[in-house]
Design a protein around this ligand. Structure first.
Ligand SMILES: [Zn+2]
Length: 109
């Protein structure tokens, strides 16, 4: 039997008895659509590629990749899943923090 732990409340979950929910969060750099195609010369294209290569050299490719994409995966129990889906961006929790109201952990509301 496989045992899981809710990443939110810490509840132990058994694969046989408990429903477990996986939450996967992806953060990706979004590209804006091009409104109209620009016709550029070969020299302009060379210059843009040169600038791009310089930027990659100065920042480092690992840092650029990390800045472009990141993902997270969490296991949640049913109670935390129900709470999470009501406020996935934690707006209410941040509002409570700003007001100095006690923040209720996921799964306890
Ligand atoms: Zn939980």
């Amino acid at each position: 039997m496989i045992h899981y732990t809710c990443d939110c409340c810490g509840k132990a979950m058994r694969s046989v008895d408990d429903v477990r929910y996986e939450v996967t969060i992806e953060i990706k750099a979004a590209c804006n659509p091009v409104e109209h195609a620009e016709i550029i010369t070969a020299e302009e294209l060379d210059e843009e590629l040169h600038q791009l290569i310089q930027m990659i050299d100065s920042v480092g490719s690992d840092e650029i990749v990390e800045d472009m994409y990141k993902n997270f995966r969490f296991d949640l129990c049913r109670k935390c899943k129900l709470s999470y889906e009501k406020d996935p961006l934690a707006h209410r929790r941040l509002f409570d923090l700003a007001l100095g109201v006690g923040v209720v952990p996921f799964g306890q509301n």
